[in-house]
Every structure is written in C-alpha cells, then in structure tokens.
Design a protein around this ligand. Structure first.
Ligand code: UDX
Ligand code: UDX
Length: 456
C-alpha cells in the first residue's frame, strides 16, 4: 500500500486528500496539521470548513484509508509522497511587505521533512508558491552527500471554494510540474500522474516543468481576477451612463472568443487567492525589472479596491450623504456563497468604510459570523452579529447585500421592508435579487452597474 501524507489540513489539503482517498482505495492517506483543534474538528461531525458535500465524502473514507493527525513527524516517516499545503500568506513585515509571499511555514515544513526522512520521497507543492520556490526547497532537502533524495513536484490546486468537491471530481485539468530532464524526475511525475489517473482522464493531466507549473497557478488566478476587474470597471461607466453592465456582459460573453464565465459585476472579488497571487506576480515582475508588466497586473487589484470604495460611496450618496448612527444591515460576509471563509472578503472593506462613516452596523451570514467577528474585532462595540436576517433588518435604514447566498433570494422581502425605517434602501452588491419586485414592494434599489430604481 502506497502512503500519502498531506501537511496542512486547510481549505485545500482537507478536501483534496478526501477526494484522493475516495478515488484511490489502495492508498493510505494521512492529513497532518500543527493545529490540534483543526485536527479534532476533522475527526468530528463539525468539520473546520464549510464546503457542500465534504462531510459525506470525509465520512465515507475516514478511518478506512483517510486519517487525520497532529503527529507531522510520524506522518513524514511513513510517507512515500508528501503534499505540502500550508498557508503562504502575503508578507506583513520587512522586505516585500504587502506583496511578497511569506514562506516561513513552507521552509519550516521542508526542514521537518528533512529531519524525519530516512529514504527517498516525493515532495509535492500544493500551496501556491511564487515561481522558483521549488528550487529553494530542493536545496534545503537535497543536502550534498546525503543518501536520501527528494524529488520536488509542483501540483497547484485549481479548486474554488463552495464547489471544491465538484472541482476535484471533474477538474478541467490537473497540472503536474517536475524535473523532466532526469530519469528520477520523470518517475516522480509518473507516480503522481498515476494517483490522479484513478479518476481523471489522461488527456486532462498536463505535465510541465516546475517553473511553468508554479507560474501557471499565479497566471490562472490573475486572468480570472482580471476578468472581474474588467467588468467591474465597466460597471462604473455603466452607472455613469444609461448602460446596464449585465446586458453588456451578456453581449460580450456570447462572443465565443471571450466566453460567458466570470463576467459577473460585483462589489469586488475576495478570497485567499486572487489578491495574494496577483501581488506575488507583481512582486516577481518588479524583481526582474519588468515595471510596466508589474503596473499592468497591479491595476487589477487597484480596480478591485476602487470597486469596494465606490460601492460604499454610492451607499453614502444615496442616503443623503450621512449614515451617522443609522442602522445598516449587511447581508452576507463570506467572500462568496457556500463558504464560511472570509479571507479578503469585500465585506471587510465595505464594513470598515461604513463604520468610519459612523453607521451602526449589524452583520448577518449563514456560515461566516464566527470569522466576521474576528475580522471586525477592533470595532466590536459598534457592530452587532445576528444570525437571523429578519432580526438584522428590523429598524434598519438600509440592507446591503455583499454575498450572493441563494437563500437570500427566497427571503420575505415584504416582511423585511415592513420592519425597516423609511425610505428603505437596498444595495445589491451582487446583482442577484429581483430588482423590479423589490422596487414594487417599496425599496429604493441600487444595483451594481445599472440604473437605480428610486421612489422620488
Ligand atoms: C491553500 C494554499 O496552501 C495556499 O497557498 C493557497 O494560496 C490557498 O489555499 P488553505 O488550505 O486555504 O491554503 O490554507 P489554510 O486553510 O490556512 O490551511 C493551512 C493549514 O496549514 C492550517 O490548518 C495550518 O494550521 C497548517 N499549517 C501551517 C501547518 O500544519 N504547519 C505549518 O507550519 C503552518
Ligand atoms: C479561486 C479560483 O477560481 C480557483 O481556481 C483557485 O484555485 C483559487 O482561487 P476561489 O477564491 O475559491 O477560487 O473563488 P472564485 O469562485 O474564483 O471567486 C473569487 C471571487 O470572485 C469571489 O469573491 C467571487 O464572488 C468573485 N467573483 C467571481 C465575481 O465577483 N464575479 C464573477 O464573475 C466571479
């Protein structure tokens, strides 16, 4: 039986290993993490992350060929293949602060692998790492004169939160980067290909050199984010004119060269990857003196910041230029629907700006309130957290929709309207509600990138 270890039991490591366990019954999979509370949660009925279909999948394999543990060292000793899926946040200090990736966890893990290995192993980078990190890792692991050899592969994860299980089950492609110039390198690549080939058609398993693989992950996220910033920039123009950004998106999306996906105008993109990966890309470009290229990609992040502040600007302007002391109910805090994850969610910037304008905030969300409380801890005395959307709306001057939770479309808006102060404002940061109907109920409706519906 082949043994796989994954270090890092997060949004990526947990679901990915659960899928491998299900599809590869002949492999023993262990997921290890330094955080005992996280591991305990993975062993319980309350998983540490919310992801549709994940609990069922974990329960199917847990205790059979899927195990969770805090003993990283023991896991390393018995593993043939080690995935590393620890977080690589943006650096907050020193050189490259706010741009470069913080690789301290990765390096620590590499040294732990070295200390606990007495035979050859394959190490797979699952974390998104800036290009050429594998080279550094290889130098730490492959100590001159040592009998133990490590092959380093890059296997970036393309799953999106909220659809992780689907994405893992039917990936558009699996990307594996390895050293194609040596026999040992090619063998390592083949070993990892064999894992995925249990359920992914061969033609969807792409092998490249390590640098291409690492760079592809950054570039894929940069291109996806760029589409959103592009359409969001047009939403600003649409609001200033008589155009409707959804009509524009539909019209351009039907051009098969452009395609329809990822053109939904919004309050801005969030999530742990887009901003971090673009900033990495920008940092790398600057390192190589490619300042024009760096500026080009940096503008994608800048438009995203602009979109968030523009949204709050519109709230302020519509509500007579003052929201001091006004109760504003924020509907949805997660960075997208079907996740409790709030990393880089646009809700953070929106709430902070509303609080700076001295609004009285109440935040509601079906899955993200525990994280929201941490994100707004410094404003604790001025924000209420309310799981019940009807209680959140009671007495409010405005409803601000930041996350497109499907259950919000089924709310009793008449009941919400009746409980609010008048005029009752509604800001749809996701263009996912029935604006005509809301207007008929009596709301003043402000969507993204299209004319407002106001009772004047
Ligand atoms: C992943 C990738 O690793 C990241 O590079 C990518 O950009 C986003 O997705 P994610 O799974 O979302 O990160 O991160 P997180 O949920 O924070 O999980 C990382 C886990 O690693 C945590 O549970 C943390 O406790 C663990 N960890 C961290 C270790 O076990 N050891 C360490 O030294 C550091
Ligand atoms: C993303 C990538 O899609 C995935 O391939 C990669 O592995 C990790 O980063 P994720 O961050 O989980 O996944 O979510 P995604 O669905 O890409 O959404 C990112 C953000 O963009 C969300 O805030 C979402 O609401 C927003 N978005 C998405 C828009 O505003 N408009 C769109 O049209 C699409």
């Amino acid at each position: 039986m082949k043994t796989i270890l994954c270090i890092g039991a997060g949004y990526v490591g947990g679901p990915t290993m659960a899928m491998i366990a299900k599809k590869c019954p002949g492999y023993k999979i262990t997921v290890a993490d330094i955080n005992p509370a996280r591991i305990a949660a993975w062993q319980s009925e309350e998983l540490p992350i919310y992801e549709p279909g994940l609990l069922e999948l974990v329960k199917e394999c847990r205790g059979k060929n899927l195990f969770f543990s805090t003993d990283v060292a023991a896991g390393i000793r018995e593993a043939d293949i080690i995935f590393v899926s620890v977080n690589t946040p943006t650096k907050t200090f020193g050189e490259g602060a706010g741009m470069a990736a913080d690789l301290q966890y990765w390096e620590k893990v590499a040294r732990e692998i070295l200390a606990n290995s007495d035979r050859d192993k394959i190490v797979v980078e699952k974390s998104t790492l800036p290009v050429r990190t594998a080279e550094a890792i290889a130098r730490i692991l492959n100590v001159p004169g040592s009998k133990v050899r490590f092959e380093i592969l890059s296997n970036p994860e393309f799953l999106a939160e909220g659809t992780a299980i689907e994405d893992l089950e039917k990936p558009d492609r699996v990307l594996i980067g390895g050293n194609q110039t040596t026999e040992a390198g090619r063998r390592a690549v083949e070993e990892l290909v064999a894992v995925y080939a249990h359920w992914v058609p061969r033609e969807r398993i792409l092998t490249t050199n390590v640098w291409s693989s690492e760079l592809s992950k950054l570039v894929a996220n940069a291109f996806l984010a760029q589409r959103i910033s592009s359409v969001n920039s047009i939403s600003a123009l649409a609001e200033a004119t008589e155009a409707d950004v959804e009509e524009v998106a539909r019209a351009i999306g039907m051009d098969s060269r452009i395609g329809p996906k990822f053109l939904r105008a919004s309050v801005g993109f969030g999530g742990s990857c887009f901003q971090k990966d673009i900033l990495n890309l920008v940092y790398i470009c600057r390192h190589y003196g490619l300042h024009e290229v760096a500026d080009y990609w940096h503008s994608v992040v800048k438009i995203n910041d602009y979109q968030k502040s523009r949204f709050v600007g519109r709230i302020l302007a519509s509500m007579f230029n003052t929201i001091v002391g006004k109760r504003i109910a924020v509907f949805g805090f997660a960075f997208k629907a079907n996740t409790g994850d709030t990393r880089e969610t646009p809700a953070i910037a929106v709430c902070r700006k509303l609080l700076e304008e001295r609004a009285a905030l109440v935040v509601t969300d079906p899955a993200a309130l525990p994280n929201a409380k941490k994100d707004l801890a410094d404003f604790a005395d001025r924000v209420a957290f309310e799981p019940d959307p009807y209680k959140a709306a009671a007495g409010a001057h405005a409803l601000v929709f930041v996350t497109e939770w499907p259950q919000y479309q089924k709310l009793d808006f008449q009941r919400l309207y009746d409980s609010m102060a008048k005029p009752a404002f509604l800001f749809d940061g996701r263009n996912f509600l029935d604006h005509e109907k809301l207007f008929e109920i009596g709301f003043d409706v402000h969507p993204i990138g299209k004319p407002s519906l106001e009772h004047k």
